[in-house]
Design a protein around this ligand. Structure first.
Ligand code: HDD
Length: 727
């Protein structure tokens, strides 16, 4: 049928249409087709000196808006319609492309470690480690290797909070000149189970219960404790998980561990076992449970924000990589099996040797492209590093690659920029969804003559598995030493400070109080009796039950060559006294001395502390000795987000704050969470109003700015805590 020419519009209709079009344009003044003057991305695209530079970094500064296939888009506000008030047209490929892409923006979240946060940086080798490994990134003094690190919680979903009681993931990807090497570790050196066969059961037990989808990001529920109380091998890990280790204050003050025993292999093909340790230069720092629970509401992004803001402020998180290297002959003599991931190697048996440092100095440009799409895997090894026969590790070698196939949509996820190795990959693998590489030539097989035999095998320079001799029958079972589930749990308990032991007791009490089935509580207590009767008694007291009989043991004789290991206590690593990046609140109100406020601000800022002056409301006000212009309000900044608090001099200011419940609550929480508090001059009267009594023994109750900063460097005075807390 011939297309009907549209009737010429009458003049008045055309005028109405033009006016309507103008009105639409006026409503969207930013709908400009002029190039933007600057691009937001441009300032952030300066990678650190050794950071991995992605060729695919995209910066839209100065660019025109286009479709995915490059056609310039004239109007990004309106869909194509038959008349201003008419129906939208199917032909609008621009609208359909935009909506279709949006519909597919989400990928499956990680089954565990879904919530995480990452950063770029570098690893720097101290001295060549060629005696023990031929790994290239450990081969020369000062050699730098780019890294990407992702920290995570384990149980919570992607949108959950940062600070539940949970193990933290600490996964590092080294982009070495011989390919990527990943240490996919945790902030706890042991694990719940000994064999990968039990991993899906463990994860199903800890995740929200399947019938009602609760609780989120928490192990304090029946299914978790049901499972672990039936799996006595989890006892050692439970001790760590109920301790302050599971409540790190932030990522930059926690340790990391490779957990399993790995192998190092040198150029002479000699092999030794190794355990990987990350030790934070800022020292270890953990939180109080009450504080972390409040933080989940106050700032669910607390740890993510801390990492981001520290890096933006130039306070670069730093760790030392330490190795525990030991021979197979040594391992044979240990009372425990080094292939059992529920055991650690006490530092008294094998010291930790620092071999390099890692500095995180650049935030990602794009959370999804980098932090979400990064794919870690224990199978990413480089020549000079190899596996041990740990059966938990064996399952992981399969699981990580396998899970990425569905999470990242196919076998080419290694080409996503954050996952791609520095050196170009060369092999005969071809095609598949999302293939980026354009392989040239007609040869995709080996051996070949048409391609000159390329790519050819690396021979002795390539990765060669350590030829460990094998014997034994094909069996399902465990070696004998795996049966000792308690010796190292007891070692951990005995190595804690009294306040750390008190926190462990509270952790067990809290979790088991949430458990609703009495038999599960009882079974857990019977397990704890094998760790320490003292611990079991204190937990039982809190639960209001009698102590049950100890759980029968396969190997009742405690086996450990070390009775106490001080390194297992968080107090062993106070840090280097650096207070940079710590956050301190200065509470003010009309009547606070402005000179005292300015002086304390200046002194704290000089030490690199992030200071926030908080008042009852915003807006500058005239006060004693000058004007005070608060940064924010008490209402908006809960106490738990700060590492310490200062009340400047000024009697009237202290009195005004004392009349304010928020100020008193603020101080009570600072006190309860064992943080440094300073009352300068008359400011100290506010402390008394909050029920905080003067105590000469409490080194974290300061009366000068200098003593406050010194206390801040020591993190917290846990000795102050009483059970139940007085405030
Ligand atoms: Fe795992 C993720 C650490 C046992 C299977 N694991 C994952 C991540 C970390 C760990 C840090 C997050 C990586 C990231 O940031 O993307 N996992 C550990 C440690 C373990 C451990 C220290 C014990 C020593 N894991 C473990 C076992 C299995 C898995 C025994 C399976 C047999 N883990 C996975 C996984 C994940 C994962 C399902 C989820 C998302 C991913 O791998 O990429 O494959």
């Amino acid at each position: 049928m011939a297309r009907r020419a549209s009737p010429k519009p009458k003049n008045d209709a055309a005028a109405r249409k033009a006016a309507a079009t103008q009105a639409v344009a006026a409503a969207f003044p930013y709908n400009s087709n002029k190039p933007a003057e600057f691009g937001e991305g441009s300032a952030r695209q300066k990678p650190g000196a050794t950071a991995k530079v992605d060729p695919s970094l995209t910066d839209s500064g100065g660019q025109v808006l286009t479709t995915n296939f490059g056609a310039p888009i004239a109007d990004n506000q309106n869909s194509l319609k038959a008349g201003l008030r008419g129906p939208a047209l199917l032909e609008d490929f621009i609208l359909r492309e935009k909506i279709t892409h949006f519909d597919h923006e989400r990928i499956p979240e990680r089954i565990v470690h879904a919530r995480g946060s990452g950063a770029h940086g570098y690893f720097e080798c101290y001295e060549p480690q060629t005696k023990v490994t031929r790994a290239s990134f450990l081969s020369a003094k000062g050699k730098r290797t780019p890294v990407f690190v992702r920290f995570s919680t384990v149980a919570g979903e992607r949108g959950s909070a940062d600070t539940p009681r949970d193990v933290r993931g600490f996964a590092t990807k080294f982009y070495t000149d011989e390919g990527n090497f990943d240490i996919v570790g945790n902030n706890i050196p042991v694990f719940f189970i000994q064999d990968a066969m039990k991993f899906p059961d463990l994860v199903h037990a800890v995740k929200p219960e399947p019938h009602n989808g609760m609780p989120q990001a928490a192990s304090a529920h029946d299914t978790f404790w049901d499972f672990v109380s039936l799996m006595p091998e989890s006892t050692h890990m439970l001790m760590w998980a109920m301790s302050d280790r599971a409540l790190p204050r932030n990522f930059r003050t926690m340790q990391g561990f490779g957990v399993h025993t790995f192998r190092l292999v040198n150029a002479k093909d000699e092999s030794r076992f190794v355990k990987f340790h990350w030790n934070p230069v800022f020292g270890t720092h953990s939180m109080d449970w009450d504080e972390s629970a409040k933080l989940m509401g106050a700032d669910p992004d607390f740890q993510r924000r801390d990492l981001w803001e520290s890096i933006e402020a130039g306070v670069f998180p730093e760790w030392e990589l330490g190795l525990q290297v030991f021979t197979e002959a040594q391992a044979e003599k240990f009372s425990f099996d080094v292939l059992d991931a529920t055991k650690l190697v006490p530092e008294e048996l094998v010291p930790v040797t620092p071999v390099g440092r890692m500095v995180l100095d650049r935030n990602p440009d794009n959370f999804f492209a980098e932090t979400e799409q990064v794919a870690f895997g224990v199978q990413n090894l480089v020549p000079g590093i190899d596996f041990s026969n740990d059966p938990l590790l064996a399952g992981r070698i399969h699981s990580y690659f396998d899970t990425q196939l569905s999470r990242l949509g196919g076998p080419n996820f290694h080409e996503i920029p954050i996952n791609a190795p520095l050196a170009q990959a060369h092999n005969n693998q071809r095609d598949g969804i999302g293939r980026q590489a354009i392989h040239r030539g007609r040869v995709a097989y080996e051996p070949n003559s048409l391609g000159g035999g390329c790519p050819f095998q690396a021979g002795s320079a390539g990765f060669r598995s350590f030829p460990q001799p094998m014997d034994g029958d094909k069996v399902r079972g465990k070696p004998e030493k795996f049966a000792d589930h308690y010796s190292q749990a007891t070692l951990f308990w005995n190595s804690q400070q009294p306040y750390e032991q008190a926190h462990i007791v509270r952790g067990f009490r809290f979790e088991l109080t949430k458990v609703t089935v009495p038999a599960i509580r009882e079974r857990t207590l019977s397990m704890l009796r094998n760790v320490s009767d003292d611990l079991a008694k204190q937990v039982a007291y809190g639960l209001g039950v009698a102590l049950p009989k100890a759980m029968p043991q396969v190997s009742p004789t405690p086996r450990t060559e070390v009775k106490v290991s001080p390194a297992l206590s968080l107090s062993a690593r106070p840090g280097n006294g650096d207070v940079r990046g710590r956050c301190v609140a200065v509470l003010v109100a009309p009547g606070t001395d402005a000179r005292s406020t300015d002086a304390v601000k200046a002194a704290l800022a000089k030490s690199g502390v992030v200071v926030k002056v908080l008042a009852p409301r915003l807006g500058a006000f005239k006060s004693v000795g000058g004007t005070i212009d608060p940064d924010s309000t008490l209402e908006t900044n809960p106490s738990v987000t700060f590492d310490g608090v200062v009340i400047p001099d000024g009697a009237d200011g202290a009195e005004a704050l004392a009349a304010l419940g928020q100020a008193l609550e603020f101080l009570k929480d600072q006190f309860r969470h064992a943080k440094p508090i300073a009352g300068l001059g008359a400011g100290a009267t506010l402390l008394a109003a909050a029920g905080i009594e003067e105590d000469k023994k409490d080194w974290a109750l300061a009366s000068t700015t200098a003593s406050f900063i010194a206390a801040l460097a020591r993190h917290r005075n846990w000795e102050r805590q009483a059970d139940p807390p007085p405030v």
